[in-house]
Design a binder for this molecule. Structure first.
Ligand code: AMP
Length: 285
């Protein structure tokens, strides 16, 4: 089958023009925000978007605003041509229904760099999180006050404000009708849902099921960084949660017992535990 790569738009004004042109033809737009290095989990979101909207924008942008200096911004995996090939394989069956938005730097405001030297989305020749160094002129953040502080937010204090802010920027640039988020990043999905409700975005937020490898590991771009042994140990996350789920289904309702069961399984493979908590699926209480 002949494959044709999707159109790539790099400029935010061009992206907005494209979207408004599509809308003026009465078509609906789906958005799949990603950081690239696409795998079948991302592609399942693209398929879902194609089933819900006339055209789909896949954004590929590693957002510096959600990384703290100790995190892996500079080593985040990427393979842009591989990503295009994967999307082309989908596009061939749906002709022109996919475009890729791949901006260079969404925190670069018309040459206003707050007095700092402009270098490849970073400062002084380094790629940095735009959070710590003044953000190249950026100072407005969207915070979902309560939901962002718990679970992953405890150990990653700037992460969810970075996510909520970049998603807001993408919503304002792409102006989609519907946007897909994976339940692999469960807290992120719920935070975006709440943000859309609280700030009256006219966008439907869809949560997509987790795509897994055959052995149960959730697909993730960062999995390429795991050694064989680490990958094997990582299976304990899904295994421990599945065990707790089965026990709960059989009537074990003590949160402490369920937590202990998960912790035991993780400790069994010498995992370093960030958190194990039992919370409401919507309010995180
Ligand atoms: P990322 O590129 O990691 O920022 O992910 C982009 C989107 O794909 C997010 O909404 C993720 O939750 C979603 N996603 C990533 N991995 C999976 C997966 N294994 N299953 C379902 N969705 C996923």
């Amino acid at each position: 089958m002949e494959t044709r790569e999707p159109e790539v738009i790099r400029d935010k004004e061009a992206m907005r023009r494209w979207s408004r042109g599509v809308r003026s033809q009465g078509k609906t737009i789906g958005l799949v925000p990603t950081m690239g290095f696409l795998h079948d989990g991302h592609l399942s979101l693209v398929h879902q978007s194609l089933s819900l909207a006339d055209v789909t924008v896949v954004s590929i942008y590693v957002n510096p605003g959600q990384f703290s200096p100790s995190e892996d911004l500079s080593t985040y995996p990427s393979d842009f041509s591989g990503d295009l090939a994967k999307l082309a394989a989908i596009s061939s069956s749906v002709s022109d229904a996919i475009v890729v938005f791949n901006p260079r730097n969404l925190y670069d405001y018309d040459g206003d760099h707050g007095g700092r030297k402009k270098t490849n989305g970073g400062v002084g020749g380094r790629v940095v999180s735009c959070v710590e160094e003044g953000g190249l002129g950026h100072e407005t953040w969207v915070r979902v006050e309560r939901l962002e502080k718990v679970l992953c937010g405890k150990s990653r204090p700037v992460f969810f404000r970075g996510v909520a802010t970049i998603v807001t920027k993408l919503f304002n640039i792409v102006e989609p009708d519907v946007a897909m988020f994976g339940k692999k990043d469960y807290q992120q999905w719920r935070i975006i849902q709440r943000m859309v409700r609280d700030l009256d975005f006219g966008i439907e937020i869809v949560g997509s099921d987790i795509a897994r490898e055959k052995d149960g590991l959730a697909m993730s771009s960062r999995n390429v960084h795991l050694s064989g042994e680490e990958r094997q140990r990582a299976l304990s996350i899904n295994r421990s949660l599945s065990m707790a789920k089965a026990s709960a289904a059989q009537g074990k309702t003590s949160c402490t017992e369920l937590k202990d069961m998960i912790i035991q399984e993780l400790v069994g493979v010498s995992a370093r535990i960030d958190y194990v908590e039992v919370r409401s699926i919507t309010t995180f209480t």
